[in-house]
Design a binder for this molecule. Structure first.
Ligand code: ZN
Length: 270
C-alpha cells in the first residue's frame, strides 16, 4: 500500500524494524527508521540505511519532511541522514528542515556532513528535557538513555488529538524510563534482545514487558529486532506480552502502517 500527501496524515510508517549490526547490515530486515505524520507535519526518526529508498517506495516524498531526528550516532539509526537532508533541501537549493540530534553526531567524526547540514534551516542539539513545539504539536526528549554514545528517546505529541507517541530508542533498562514515557498512547520499544545480556546495552523482551506493564499505553509496538529476535517469531512474543499485560502489543514488520489516532495497525499487503 502506497501512501500520499492525504493518506499519510496521522500515520506512523515503520520503514525498518532491524536492530543492531547483523539484522540491519545483513539486510535481514530493513532499517529505514520511522516516519511519523502529525496533523500534516512530517517527521523522520532514525533514518538508517535505505531510509530514502524505503520511504520513496511507500510513496513518501522526503521533500515533505520538516524534522529529522537522530536518536544516536550508530549507523543503523542514521546511515541515510545525509541523503535525507539532500532530499529535503533539494540538494541545497532551498533552506528547509530542522535536524535534531545529539552533540556527538555532529562534533568529532560527525555522521552528518557539514555541507549538507548547512543547507538546513537549523540544527538543534538534543539535551534531556528539550521540547520543540511545532504547528501541530510538540517533540520532546524526556530522558537521556544509557547506550554508550549520547542517546535520547523521543515523544511526539498532539494533546488536542490525544496523540502521544513514545519512542524508547536503544538503551540499557533503567527504572526512570517508566516515568519518562508515562502517558504515551502508543509506545514504540526498541526490543533488540530476546534475553537480557548485561554486557549489551539494549532492551530485551522482559524489559519491554515491564515497560508496557507499568506505562500501560493503548498500543505497544516492538521493533528494532536483533537477529535472535527475528528468528524467534517476534509476533508470537508480542502476543504473549499482550496476554500477560492486557495491553495490545504488536511486533512491527517492515512497512507496517499504524494510525496514530485510532491506535490501529492498518491491514495491508506488505
Ligand atoms: Zn545503537
Amino acid at each position: 500500500m502506497k501512501l500520499n500527501r492525504q493518506t499519510v496524515k496521522n500515520k506512523l510508517v515503520f520503514l525498518g524494524t532491524a536492530g543492531a549490526r547483523y539484522a540491519a547490515f545483513g539486510l535481514i530486515r530493513q532499517a529505514g527508521g520511522i516516519w511519523i505524520n502529525i496533523e500534516g507535519t512530517d517527521i523522520h526518526i532514525d533514518p538508517g540505511p535505505g531510509a530514502l529508498i524505503y520511504s520513496h517506495k511507500k510513496g513518501l516524498n522526503s521533500h515533505w519532511l520538516s524534522y529529522l531526528i537522530i536518536s544516536h550516532r550508530h549507523l543503523d539509526h542514521c546511515a541515510d541522514i545525509n541523503h535525507m537532508i539532500e532530499a529535503i533541501t533539494l540538494g541545497g537549493k532551498r533552506k528547509k528542515g530542522v535536524l535534531l540530534c545529539p552533540e556527538d553526531a555532529i562534533s568529532e567524526d560527525p555522521v552528518v556532513l557539514e555541507y549538507t547540514r548547512n543547507n538546513l534551516e537549523k540544527t538543534v542539539i538534543i539535551e534531556e528535557g528539550l521540547e520543540i513545539p511545532f504547528e501541530n504539536g510538540k517533540i520532546r526528549f524526556p530522558i537521556k538513555h544509557i547506550h554508550g554514545v549520547d542517546t535520547f528517546g523521543v515523544i511526539v505529541e498532539n494533546r488536542k488529538e490525544q496523540i502521544s507517541i513514545g519512542y524508547v530508542a536503544d538503551t540499557r533498562y533503567f527504572d526512570k524510563l517508566i516515568e519518562a514515557y508515562q502517558n504515551s498512547t502508543i509506545l514504540i520499544i526498541n526490543t533488540t534482545l530476546k534475553n537480557p545480556k548485561p554486557s549489551i546495552p539494549h532492551l530485551s523482551v522482559p524489559d519491554a514487558e515491564k515497560l508496557i506493564k507499568e506505562i500501560k499505553p493503548e498500543l505497544a509496538i516492538l521493533t528494532h529486532f536483533g537477529r535472535t529476535m527475528v528468528s524467534n517469531k517476534p509476533w508470537e512474543i508480542a502476543k504473549t506480552i499482550s496476554d500477560k499485560t492486557g495491553t495490545k502489543t504488536v511486533a512491527a514488520w517492515d512497512n507496517m502502517i499504524v494510525d496514530a489516532k485510532s491506535r490501529k495497525v492498518i491491514k495491508q499487503k506488505r
